[in-house]
Design a binder for this molecule. Structure first.
Ligand code: FCB
Length: 451
């Protein structure tokens, strides 16, 4: 069994991480612009001001995508580039950029997959309460409308939010991501509630206004617990843990996917969060649950578990010396089998892997090339696991490698290189890495070359 003939092979980026051009053509500020100025917030005090200068170099970057043979490109739209104050006045030049990007992609035979929100919340709206303000759902709907009215004659694949778990928990709880807040759980849950309303409103806007039939999804993190053995008990424990709300933290799947697909918060979460759960207004859950065409899963790693004495999942320690990426994230190919499988069982929607990849210690060698065998091996292992999931009946429609190119890795700055393309951040020179050439073979053979 191989990947379906229509399988979508792509790569992903997000606006703040690659565009740069922070002060160009009337772009407004996002919370990331201000967060990067806080002393100590970002590695070496870096920022996305220049990033990969993709805003000015996107035509060349599309040429590189063609060289890699990509069939699809997942990018995000910068809310404050389109609406500098988040609502109200529209920045025509910002919209024109996405127009040109989409036209360029289509001319190159590359299908655009657009994410509406990948963390760069408008600073002006943050000053009005940000995600803690219930009006944020309407602000987001206004933004979605501007984008959809402009691009939906050509863009048909949409994702609403990228990784709400991360921008809520790390941005509003731990304070390590923008806007850098350290709020108690109840307020994080309130912000999450508003995000889910924003998701629902934006899906409504897309459905109501898209000029071509639209396919809509969302791209949360998929937190994967996978069975340490093939025993039925371990599999059941892993399944329950992957669908559960095991801690009083916003680091789980069900709190986000359940309202969107099933129309309510999970019972285990309601019990776990207790009095911290926000009150819902009548109609909130109907709004969150809009018809969805697919689920996006961002999967980088997973955690092995076994069934404990009570049948509940217990984390199994990894062996000493377990492989790790440069970021010190564990290499866990099994996550790309069990994550999609458990999510498909619970939600029964087609799945795209909207992000998967690794940071690696890459540089340009004396021969002018970038040799990154770890990225090849990592991706091969993960894709083989994904192919097994497909063989076992999981409806996986596509895979987007994170990332198209080395970029601004949030609070880690430019320290972590996730790209298929190496970027010299001083000169903006690009070099296609060995892994990208290898990926081209995977794409051309529709996964056949994986072995
Ligand atoms: C994900 C983010 C993405 C990138 C990768 C490495 O959590 O969605 O922007 O930073 O991690």
């Amino acid at each position: 069994m191989s990947f379906p003939a229509s399988f979508v092979w792509g790569a992903a980026t997000s606006a703040y991480q690659v565009e740069g051009a922070a002060a160009q053509d009337g772009r407004g500020l996002s919370v990331w612009d201000t967060f990067c100025k806080q002393p100590g917030a970002i590695w070496q005090g870096q920022s996305g001001d220049r990033a990969c200068d993709h805003y000015n170099r996107f035509r060349g970057d599309i040429g590189l995508m063609q060289e890699i043979g990509l069939r699809a490109y997942r990018f995000s739209i910068s809310w404050p580039r389109v609406l500098p104050r988040g609502v109200g006045e529209v920045n025509e030049k910002g919209l024109a950029f996405y127009d040109a990007l989409v036209d360029g992609l289509l001319a190159a035979g590359i299908t655009p997959y657009a994410t509406l929100f990948h963390w760069d919340f408008p600073e002006a709206l943050y000053q009005r309460g940000g995600w803690l303000n219930r009006e944020s759902a309407e602000w987001f709907a206004e933004y979605a409308q501007v984008v959809v009215d402009r691009l939906s004659d050509r863009v048909t694949n949409w994702m609403t939010l990228n990784e709400p778990q991360v921008f809520i928990k790390f941005g509003h709880g731990d304070g390590t991501n923008a806007p850098g807040l350290k709020l108690p759980l109840a307020e994080q849950l309130l912000a999450a509630h508003h995000c889910l309303l924003a998701h629902g409103r934006s899906v409504q806007v897309i459905r109501a206004r898209a000029k071509k039939p639209a396919r809509v999804g969302i791209a949360p993190v998929c937190v994967v617990k996978y069975p340490a053995s093939a025993s039925a008990g371990d599999i059941e424990a892993a399944r329950a843990a992957t669908s559960g709300v095991p801690e009083r933290l916003l680091w789980n799947n069900a709190w986000f996917y359940d309202p969107v697909v099933l129309g309510g918060y999970p019972a285990e979460g309601l019990a776990m969060y207790g009095a911290d759960v926000p009150g819902a207004a009548p109609g909130d859950f109907e709004l969150m649950k809009q018809p969805m065409d697919f689920l996006g899963l961002n999967i980088y790693e997973g955690q092995p578990v076994k069934a404990g004495a009570d049948g509940k999942a217990e984390v199994v320690a990894r062996p000493v010396g377990h492989p790790m990426t440069a970021f010190r994230w564990p290499v866990e190919p099994e996550s790309l089998y069990w994550g999609p499988r458990f999510m498909y069982e619970r939600y029964k929607l087609p799945i795209y892997i909207t992000e998967n990849g690794l940071s690696n210690i890459d540089w340009v060698s004396l021969d002018g090339k970038v040799h990154d065998p770890q990225r090849i091996d990592f991706t091969q292992r993960y894709l083989l696991a994904l192919r097994r999931a497909v063989a076992d009946g999981v409806d996986v429609r596509g895979y987007f490698h994170w990332s198209l190119m080395d970029n601004f890795e949030w609070s880690a700055g430019y320290k972590e290189r996730f790209g298929l393309i190496h970027v010299d951040f001083e000169t903006q020179g690009r070099v296609i890495k060995d892994s990208a050439k290898w990926y081209r073979g995977v794409i051309e053979s529709n996964g056949g070359s994986l072995g």
